[in-house]
Design a binder for this molecule. Structure first.
Ligand code: SAH
Length: 244
């Protein structure tokens, strides 16, 4: 048997074994009609706040289904916190980065308005949906938070948990001496969140890099070749997730 299907739902405030959860109609439809599950089959439910429940489903009449929580399961989401701040890209490229970085375990995504980013306010509802689907698919039990787009200057000061100092790295193709992993390794095991700044298709301007460095970020290189933004973003997230 394959892995149980996983669904992101609202769980009761204090979920416990035996709690009955009514499945909203899109999920009930998916379970009963699309997957053709039967009463007694096992699914996994998570609410995005950490942790996951194994549950048994009961198919009712029409399109109704409920699930009875059974056992609480450990949380496989990586604990190290990586935040990706990425200049706004064309829609489908930004969507792709959200999906892939969610699979890799990113904690936060900050879309950035920069000098050369594409104009537009982004698509927060669509981004959230992509992050939920990628979380369901990848086994993680938390949904990465995606902030509304903000200017680079604000992203450089963004601090989801006020108390944590952060290590901030700006990926810059003209940085020739500092390899990406060196500063990330300093954050290993410290719980310090690592913020990664990646520019849009046209890159960061020199004054933006100056602004970042002036506010405490470190410029780092992802190698001697020029990567597209989405490649740079995924390479940086992958390296950081494994190094901290
Ligand atoms: N300046 C170029 C390329 C921008 S690449 C241009 O004008 O077209 C887009 C983004 O990817 C950059 O802003 C940077 O954050 C990141 N990037 C690409 N290649 C990189 C490298 N070798 N090292 C570090 N960052 C890189």
């Amino acid at each position: 048997m394959g892995r149980p299907h996983r669904f992101h739902v609202d769980l009761p405030l204090t979920p416990g074994a035996g709690s009955v959860v009514t499945l909203a109609s899109p999920i009930a439809h998916q379970v009963a009609r699309v997957l053709r599950m039967r009463s007694g089959d096992v699914i996994h439910l998570f609410d995005g706040k950490g942790g996951e429940w194994r549950a048994f489903i009961q198919i009712g009449g029409g399109n109704a289904a409920t699930a009875t929580l059974d056992t609480f399961l450990a949380d496989p989401t990586p604990v190290g916190s990586v935040v990706l701040c990425l200049g706004l890209l064309k829609g489908e490229k930004f969507d792709w980065v959200i999906q892939k970085s969610t699979e890799l375990g990113i904690a936060h995504i900050v879309p950035m308005v920069t000098e050369r980013s594409l104009p537009g306010s982004g698509r927060p509802d669509r981004w959230h949906r992509i992050a939920v689907e990628a979380s369901e698919q990848s086994g993680r039990t938390t949904i990465p938070e995606i902030t509304p787009p903000m200017p680079l200057r604000d992203a450089l000061n963004f601090q989801p948990n006020q108390s944590d100092p952060a290590r901030r790295l700006i990926c810059w193709e003209d940085e020739r001496t500092v390899p990406f992993l060196a500063p990330v390794r300093l954050a290993r095991g410290t719980g310090t969140p690592v913020f990664l700044y990646v520019g849009p298709e046209g890159g960061f301007s020199a004054s933006e890099v100056d602004l970042a460095v002036g506010s405490g970020a470190q410029a780092v290189s992802l190698g001697s070749l020029i990567l597209r933004s989405e490649t740079a973003a995924i390479a940086a997230v992958t390296l950081a997730m494994h190094a901290i």
